[in-house]
Design a protein around this ligand. Structure first.
Ligand SMILES: [Zn+2]
Length: 182
């Protein structure tokens, strides 16, 4: 982001965490001079993003399950891999490297937490993890349970095989199992 100083100069700076506070920045053009800035940043949202808005954009491929401390948990509607779900960052940020260390650690902690729940609820032989999002702009990790001799075992999971969708009641049952294991 660019920080406007209000007197004709702006400086590139890394994004701040959601919240508020003060910080000092160095001004390269002025020797020994620092500016105290005050910021107030809310959680970043993009109205064109399903993970942010949890609206029909999300309904196209997933079902919102619940918020976690640093993320949003979504069941992937395509269930060729029973229990497949997505952990998406709470903020509209594209890269793990754009998060602070603390934010990234909190996000990965949620990924781990959900993976443990998937193991417990669905008993897969392996969980695959996929973080792509070339066009999403919103960091998310696919958590894909794999079963020995099952669909795509030993290979790379497809982004969306579009083979297996469930009834509303079946989705409710899968979500209940997942939530009970969280
Ligand atoms: Zn988003």
């Amino acid at each position: 982001m660019l920080l406007e100083t209000g007197f004709g100069k702006s400086y590139a700076c890394s994004r701040f965490s959601a919240g508020s506070g003060t910080a000092l920045i160095d001004c390269p053009e002025t020797t020994g001079f620092e500016i105290t800035i005050v910021w107030e940043v809310f959680v970043l949202k993009d109205k064109n993003c399903g993970y942010c808005m949890k609206n029909e954009l999300l309904d196209g491929f997933g079902i919102y399950v619940q918020d976690l401390p640093a993320s949003v948990l979504v069941l992937f509607k395509e269930q060729s891999h029973p229990g497949r779900c997505i952990v998406a960052s709470k903020e509209h940020v594209s890269e793990i490297s754009d998060m602070t260390e603390e934010e990234a650690a909190a996000f990965i902690k949620d990924v781990r937490h959900v993976a443990k729940a998937v193991h417990k609820a669905f008993n897969p032989d392996k969980v695959n993890y996929g973080a792509y999002g070339d066009t999403a702009g919103h960091c998310h990790v696919h958590i894909v349970p794999k079963y020995k001799d099952g669909f795509e075992w030993g290979g790379i999971f497809q982004m969306n095989p579009e083979k297996k969708f469930l009834t509303d009641d079946e989705y409710k049952e899968v979500i209940a199992k997942l939530k009970a294991a969280l």
